[in-house]
Design a protein around this ligand. Structure first.
Ligand code: HMG
Ligand code: MG
Length: 301
């Protein structure tokens, strides 16, 4: 990938919708994923094969994966917490997965009912099966800039978990500010600390915008050399086990920033804005993004 290209990983259909209080129909989820791919998003995280008791909104993961018209050359990773989730995901046709750990012990217990070390042990057989099946695995590290339960999270813990996931075979590590507490210098310092142990090219960043810092944090990380950024169309989302967390940085706001600063993304911004407005209308609310509200200035793409 050339230095002036940023890979945007769309997480709206998963991170964006997992916290919706009323059940979103599978056909709406499928239409959202297909529209996002049509906008040029090459990676769309589609759903989660987690326990339906823990996240009822994702109980239709099989229906979503099986109903999807997959575009050639596009990737549709899914979240998997354990070997049971892996088996479900593979049976439904997933060819790429993501496992998710946390840098905070307290958050790990709340989110996946296991401490950090136990969770890494739980992922080991998942990664072994994935390697045997030729399935690529992304590893998330949550609470990299703060935890809703324990407060501060030592940088050394973030580095340790990121290094472990990478060493276990995760090809990309996504560093998540789950509750949107960080600010740009902190974000940059965190990325630089992780990059001392995991190659920068294998890092992605994942900022929730709870306190309005997400875009500034992304930019600080781009300046530090990161070239993969997670985002959620219309700024949808939150984590069911991170009270008060709002959605990720909105994909259309991110793309406007990137194109304006000379980076290529391969994304059709007007089509993406339309998609943000469409899903917001489907969910009966205003889009959280600035771009979907204000629109593009004249003569802009
Ligand atoms: P547990 O209760 O400890 O699991 O939950 P268990 O192994 O004891 O099993 C309990 C029951 O769940 C059993 O069913 C299992 O069969 C079933 P029962 O016998 O009671 O009928 N079960 C499953 N069913 C379907 N699919 C599965 C599965 N596994 C067990 N995969 C578990 C442990 C990990 C399963 C649970 O805690 C869980 O599903 N947690 C997921 C929480 C979640 O999805 N959080 C949001 C995603 S993470 C996130 O948003 C952060 C991120 O965006 C980055 C950031 O922002 O920082 C990625
Ligand atoms: Mg998230």
């Amino acid at each position: 990938m050339s230095a002036d290209t940023v890979r945007v990983v769309e997480v709206g259909p998963r991170d964006g919708l997992q916290n919706e209080p009323s059940q979103v129909p599978a056909r709406t989820k499928i239409a959202l994923i297909e529209r996002l791919a049509d906008c040029g998003l090459a990676v769309v995280e589609a759903t989660s094969f987690v326990s339906p008791k823990w996240v009822p909104q994702m109980a239709d993961a099989e229906e979503v994966m099986r109903g999807l018209r997959r575009r050639p050359g596009h990737r549709y990773p899914v979240l998997v917490p354990n070997t049971a989730g892996y088996a479900r995901a593979r049976a439904a046709g997933a060819t790429e997965i993501a496992v998710f750990a946390a840098a905070s012990e307290a958050f790990s217990r709340r989110n996946i009912n296991a401490g950090i070390d136990e969770s890494l042990e739980r992922f080991r057989p998942v990664l072994e099966r994935a390697r045997a099946d030729g399935v690529e695995v992304r590893g998330y590290v949550s609470t990299v800039l703060g935890c809703p339960y324990q407060g501060e999270v030592p940088l050394a813990d973030v580095v340790r978990v990121a290094r472990s996931l990478h060493a276990m075979g995760c090809s990309e590590i996504s560093l998540g500010d789950t509750i949107g507490v960080g600010t740009p210098r902190q974000a940059r310092a965190m990325v630089e600390a992780v990059a001392s142990e995991v190659p920068l090219a294998a890092l992605a960043v994942h900022f929730h915008d709870t306190r309005g810092q997400a875009l500034a944090n992304v930019w600080a990380c781009i300046e530090a050399g990161v070239r993969a950024v997670d985002a959620s169309v219309a700024g949808l989302g939150g984590c069911p086990y991170a009270p008060g967390a709002s959605g990720n940085v909105a994909t259309e706001d991110l793309v406007y920033l990137l194109h304006g600063c000379g980076f290529a993304t391969g994304i059709d911004l007007p089509a993406l804005i339309e998609t943000a407005r469409w899903i917001s209308a489907e969910l009966g609310r205003e889009p959280a993004s600035r771009l979907a509200r204000a629109g593009l200035p004249r003569a802009h793409g």
